[in-house]
Design a protein around this ligand. Structure first.
Ligand code: HEM
Length: 243
């Protein structure tokens, strides 16, 4: 991001020519959509990871938690309404996030019609590539994950009323390829979160080498905690700590 960061700063300092105003405004709009949707998705990830840790308190506690999720907002909201509102908001955030990422990537490409002869080995190009592939892996994972632990069609138990049993059966040692896919997706999410959070913190924080370093460390620390929390569940089932 060193290259585009410098460009961003230059763009912020110099007002665009009248003909470029619309593009400038919609670029700012796409970045806003990226940030707001990213924050919503991140909030969900943190809540989901923390909720998953309930599994270490046993089947009753975990199943009770899953049933409680369906009654959030009661008695004002009828059964499962909160969950459906959350699903709607998350889907909109996901679509918005992917749309903004595509718009910004295409615009950046158009702004640099001649490719670099030697692509600089800076974090920017590396992160951009991992973000793209990461995004695809995460989307594929989501489809599998929903079929596995929400709908239950690809889960050996697949009973929505018994999420603890679904998780234990889903990560059984014999299903190690599935667990490996989960691990790959969680690591992809870790890279994604680290890069997104770093960009956001750098934009909000001090534009100094020290400020940038602090943003880098905070984003990395946060991503590691998130990944470790998510991975702890399949790992615990795999080694028989949960079962
Ligand atoms: C790797 C560890 C993970 C475990 C053990 C896990 C477990 C679960 C379980 C048990 C459910 C069903 C909950 C219920 O029906 O009450 C669920 C739903 C869900 N999970 Fe995960 N999950 C993991 C990772 C993730 C990740 C990384 C994401 C996001 C990329 C994610 C996104 C979702 C979504 C969107 C739902 C559907 C929520 C709904 O019903 O609306 N999960 N997960």
């Amino acid at each position: 991001m060193v290259v585009s960061g410098t460009r961003d700063r230059a763009a912020a300092a110099t007002p665009p020519a009248p003909g470029r105003k619309a593009v400038y405004r919609s670029t700012v709009g796409a970045k806003g959509v990226m940030a707001v949707s990213g924050l919503l998705l991140l909030l969900f990830l943190v809540a989901h990871m923390a909720g998953n840790l309930k599994i270490f308190f046993g089947a009753e506690s975990f199943d009770h938690y899953a049933h409680w999720l369906r009654d959030i907002g009661a008695p004002v909201l009828p059964h499962t309404w909160y969950l459906w509102i959350q699903r709607f908001v998350l889907t909109a955030a996901l679509v918005g996030h992917a749309w903004a990422a595509t718009v910004l990537a295409l615009r950046a490409k158009r702004a640099r019609p001649v490719r670099y002869a030697h692509r600089p080995k800076v974090q920017g190009s590396y992160a951009a590539r991992t973000m793209r592939w990461g995004g695809v892996i995460i989307l594929l994972f989501l489809v599998w994950h929903l079929l596995d632990l929400t709908v239950g069609t690809v889960n050996p138990v697949g009973n929505p009323a018994t999420p603890y049993a679904n998780v234990v059966a889903g990560f059984a040692p014999s299903r190690w390829p599935v667990t490996l896919f989960y691990a790959l997706a969680v690591v992809a999410i870790g890279f994604h979160v680290r890069h997104g959070l770093f960009s956001a913190l750098r934009t909000l924080g001090q534009r100094t080498a020290k400020g940038e370093q602090r943003a880098r460390v905070a984003a990395l620390g946060f991503a590691i905690i998130l990944c470790a929390g998510f991975l702890s569940v399949p790992f615990a089932v795999l080694v028989g700590l949960v079962g």
